[in-house]
Design a protein around this ligand. Structure first.
Ligand SMILES: [Zn+2]
Length: 260
């Protein structure tokens, strides 16, 4: 099977330094392409560097809501420079009202500036949203979005919002984390996702699978991107689909959203 990781952070310095052997393990697991998401100005160069060294890396550049308050004065110009050099995807961007102590003011303006860049260039945007689903839906309705669509990474919103979001162009990322027993409600939400809008993601090094499903363990419970095959298996089980046909559908979806 040909596997596609719609969202990870291979540049994260919590992962092992030996990226080459990590990539070899991913290839062996069946991975064809992965979207590597930058989160703040300091890691964009590393994302670009990974893309130069590894063909399977599709680089994505964005300012994550957790880092909005530490952005530089010329962050947007720097983002534009990276997108000029690598016109592939925008993210990770988003809204977060969940993280304790995180300021919300300025998150919307920073999110919208990046969404607008993605729309102007018709690049896929990868969106993080925690405890802001109603507001996100409003903003997506009121603002221009990329014609090709956008990814709601690790979709944790309610079932009844799947349809209106899909109508606006949303794809929905299923992470291994949703295989945990306590995530039953979210697994059921994914049964409402249209077949042509489903994507699979590791979000490595975060959102690890339940221990017994992990094929590539790392210290401190971190998530290795080669666990992607196990995430596909968990998604196929949750959706009651044959693994082979799920993989074919996800490949089509990935190539449609992230084609260059
Ligand atoms: Zn992420």
């Amino acid at each position: 099977m040909r596997l596609f990781d719609a969202h990870n952070h291979l540049q994260d310095n919590r992962l092992p330094d030996d990226t080459a052997s990590m990539m070899a393990e991913c290839t062996e697991a069946g991975l064809v392409r992965m979207v590597v998401n930058g989160t703040h100005e300091a890691d964009w160069e590393r994302v670009a560097d990974l893309a130069k060294r590894h063909d399977c890396v599709l680089p994505s550049f964005g300012l994550h809501p957790w880092f909005v308050h530490e952005r530089s004065a010329d962050w947007l110009a720097r983002l534009v420079q990276h997108l000029d050099a690598w016109p592939s995807a925008v993210g990770e961007i988003g809204l977060d009202r969940w993280k304790p102590g995180l300021p919300y003011d300025e998150q919307e303006e920073v999110f919208l500036a990046q969404l607008n860049l993605a729309a102007e260039r018709n690049l896929a945007a990868s969106i993080h949203c925690l405890k802001s689903w109603g507001r996100l839906l409003e903003l997506l309705k009121e603002n221009r979005t990329p014609d090709r669509g956008f990814l709601l990474h690790s979709y944790g919103g309610p079932a009844e919002m799947v349809e209106p979001l899909a109508n606006l162009g949303a794809y929905f990322g299923f992470p291994g984390y949703f295989a945990h027993e306590r995530k039953k409600r979210q697994r059921e939400v994914f049964r409402r996702v249209p077949a042509d809008r489903l994507l699979i993601e590791t979000d490595a090094p975060d959102q690890a699978l339940p221990g017994e499903r992990v094929t590539h363990p790392l210290d401190q419970g971190l998530n290795h991107p080669a666990n992607i095959a196990a995430v596909y298996r968990a998604a196929a089980e949750a959706l009651g689909q044959a693994p082979e046909s799920l993989a074919n559908q996800v490949e089509e979806n990935f190539l449609r959203l992230f084609s260059e």
